[in-house]
Design a protein around this ligand. Structure first.
Ligand SMILES: [Mg+2]
Length: 377
């Protein structure tokens, strides 16, 4: 099996006027993704996706990665990251190149899965996993001033038993939003909050202390992702688990998060951290420091499918079946047709459970007509 072609496909969807939304550090008016479609000389097709600026990342795929991968076997996927580190030394690397590597890596694993007839999570060493517990990523900061109760009421109606909210504008506002969500979700629900890195260390400590009565499962990016010292101090100072990772791009970024337990939870995004190969490495490494792993998932359909395979592969260390712990899986509830319309059979997170596709590779079928509808040049 040999790779014949690597195509980068930038996708975007502009939101309607007045429907921009986001988090404490700003709102966005466009959804986007960069797909990679890899085809072998025998006509097998694999897909991958990066969560990154689509056109710039597509250029990185075409200019740097396609020449490395075309003519190679998909089984050489594990060497791709190493080779790009070498290339980065000569040319410069960084988040865009790592995101491009992520998309190509996912597509090559999809091909390996299809060639062997196995879902990727099994190839990564995961035990049989039928389903994960999806959590609604919701209660965004919206341009249209949505009542914060509304998205939580919707999530409850849809059967979600866990949710993550956007906070981080002031401690007072944090408490108000979390109190609203806890009341609507009930005491048993897993509830998480996301500051998107908007606080300084002392504000983050004040907020975490003020939210103590609401029994949060984790607090996410309380300080900026590059504030490694702040993350480490916060992890030492507060009881609630501290999570970070969506803005970290591969092992050299993760080094200070994992080493010496710099945070309690890492959250690699498959479309940024380096795909399956690098994220598996990070997960095993995190395990050695007793740091938990919950993937960040804010991608289009291919990226969600990749994250689901990765989540299903994760080791449960140090717990066993005597300590039941739900495999919490992020599912964004904001508007994104790149997530909802690109698959022949969309993934359905409602009802409190999300099935892990058991078919070969990513286990999903990409609708190529839909891809063309959202292609941007
Ligand atoms: Mg986040």
């Amino acid at each position: 099996m040999q790779v014949d072609s690597v195509a980068a496909i930038p996708l975007s969807f502009p939101l309607e006027d007045g429907r921009a939304f986001g988090h404490a550090r700003g709102v966005m008016d466009t959804r986007s993704a960069m797909l990679v479609r890899v085809e072998t000389t025998t006509g097998e097709v694999g897909y991958g996706e990066a969560l990154a600026p689509p056109q710039t990342t597509a250029t990185a795929v075409e200019e740097v990665l396609a020449p490395m991968v075309e003519g190679a076997s998909p089984y050489e996927v594990e060497t791709l990251t190493e080779r790009t580190h070498q290339e980065a030394y000569n040319l410069g690397g960084g988040p865009i190149l790592q995101s491009a590597v992520s998309a190509v890596d996912i597509a090559l694993w999809d091909l390996i899965g299809k060639a062997t007839g196995e879902p990727i999570y099994r190839l990564l060493g995961g035990q049989q996993t039928e389903a994960v517990t999806p959590y609604a990523s919701t209660m965004y900061i919206t341009e249209w001033g949505e009542d914060p109760a509304e998205p939580i009421e919707r999530a409850v109606e849809e059967g979600f038993t866990a949710a993550k909210l956007k906070i981080g504008r002031s401690v007072e506002d944090d408490v108000e939003r979390v109190a609203t969500a806890r009341e609507l979700l009930g005491d048993d629900a897993h509830l998480m909050v996301d500051y998107n890195g908007n606080y300084r260390l002392k504000q983050a400590i004040q907020s975490a202390n003020a939210l103590e009565p609401y029994d949060l499962t984790w607090i996410e990016e309380p300080v900026p992702p590059e504030d490694y010292t702040g993350l480490r101090k916060l992890t030492d100072r507060v009881d609630v688990p501290v999570a970070t990772g969506e803005s970290h791009f591969g092992r050299f970024d993760y080094k200070r998060l994992i080493a010496d337990h710099g945070v309690d939870i890492i959250q690699p995004d498959l479309g940024r951290a380096g795909g399956f190969s690098e994220s598996r490495f990070l997960a095993k490494w995190a395990t050695t420091e007793n740091v938990a792993v919950y993937p960040h998932v804010w991608n289009g359909a291919v990226g969600v499918a990749a994250a689901l395979q990765f989540a299903a592969s994760l080791p449960s260390y140090p717990h066993n079946e005597n300590v039941p712990e739900p495999l919490l899986f992020e599912f964004d509830r904001s508007q994104n047709p790149l997530r909802d319309e690109l698959l022949d059979a969309p993934l359905d997170p409602t009802g409190g459970s999300l099935a892990v596709p058991q078919g070969p590779g990513l286990g999903v079928s990409v609708n190529e007509d839909a891809v063309e509808r959202f292609r941007t040049e």
